[in-house]
Write a protein that binds this ligand. Structure first.
Ligand SMILES: [Zn+2]
Ligand SMILES: [Zn+2]
Length: 266
């Protein structure tokens, strides 16, 4: 049985990761993975939108870096992908990005609940104090449902990202998860088990067991990602993530090639 692919890793082009794709690939082989995928933060329509992603004119360089890793490690399957920020109204831009290269998959992520607030940005932690946590979660999950419904993505990234800093609403969030996952189930995309949450203040995989149980009930497929921003994070905590998936009932995950989905036994 093959270990699941690690489909979420970054490169220094996003300005907050270290190590070249070849270093991530070397690490992947060392920890026993047979498939990985690079999904660095995609460029935005405006290059000055924020400071934590590649510029549009670096997209070709990004693809070259991934191709170089593929050439150097032919024994490892290396997919070419992007983690794309979903902002309502940017669908045309995302389609434009999709047409630029033969991508294997797109991860659709919501970091921004408005044009100016990326909720996972530690530099903007004070924004949380100005708002009611439940309202932020509500806004976030509404956007995430729109991302799923856009049909632009194979995978929805770190589904309950708002828990990152450990700030949680007092109210029951299950109705938000239900609505979001209904949207996911309608479109057939997967959600990722992202182990980076274990390394953040929330100390928990994205998504929570509670959310994942609802996903399983609705037949939503899964993929796995370490969200590595350094080579030593490749495949990190995968045993824990696989365990969580199995406990909830999953016996398979998804692989992607040329934007087509394949089953991988767990
Ligand atoms: Zn990042
Ligand atoms: Zn992300």
């Amino acid at each position: 049985m093959l270990p699941p692919a690690d489909y979420h890793m970054h490169t220094p082009l996003c300005r907050h990761a270290t190590g070249e794709p070849v270093d991530y690939a070397r690490r992947a082989l060392a920890v026993g993975l047979s498939e990985i995928g690079f999904s660095d933060h995609s460029p935005m329509l405006r290059d000055n939108f924020d400071n934590w992603r590649m510029r549009y004119d670096q997209l070709d360089e990004y693809v070259e870096k991934v191709r170089l890793a593929q050439k150097e490690f032919p024994q490892l399957t290396i997919r070419l992908a992007l983690e794309v920020d979903f902002l309502p109204g940017q669908e045309g831009w995302i389609r434009q990005l999709a047409a630029r290269h033969p991508w294997d998959y797109f991860i659709g992520s919501v970091h921004y609940v408005s044009e100016s607030w990326d909720i996972d940005n530690p530099a903007k932690l004070s924004e949380w104090k100005k708002r009611d946590a439940f309202e932020v979660w509500q806004l976030y999950f509404e956007r995430l449902a729109l991302a799923a419904e856009s049909n632009l993505f194979e995978i929805i990234g770190h589904a309950d990202l708002p828990k990152k800093f450990g700030i949680r609403p007092a109210r029951d969030c299950r109705p938000l998860y239900e609505k979001f996952l209904d949207a996911v189930a309608r479109t057939g995309c997967a959600i990722e088990l992202n182990t980076a949450g274990l390394r953040k203040e929330c100390r928990e995989i994205y998504p929570s067991r509670e959310l994942l149980e609802i996903a399983f009930r609705k037949n939503v497929p899964i993929s796995f990602g370490s969200d590595a921003h350094a080579p030593e994070e490749v495949g990190l905590s995968f045993a824990e993530a696989i365990q969580l998936a199995r406990v909830v009932g999953y016996n398979s995950s998804r692989r992607f090639e040329q934007r087509k989905s394949f089953l991988n036994e767990l």
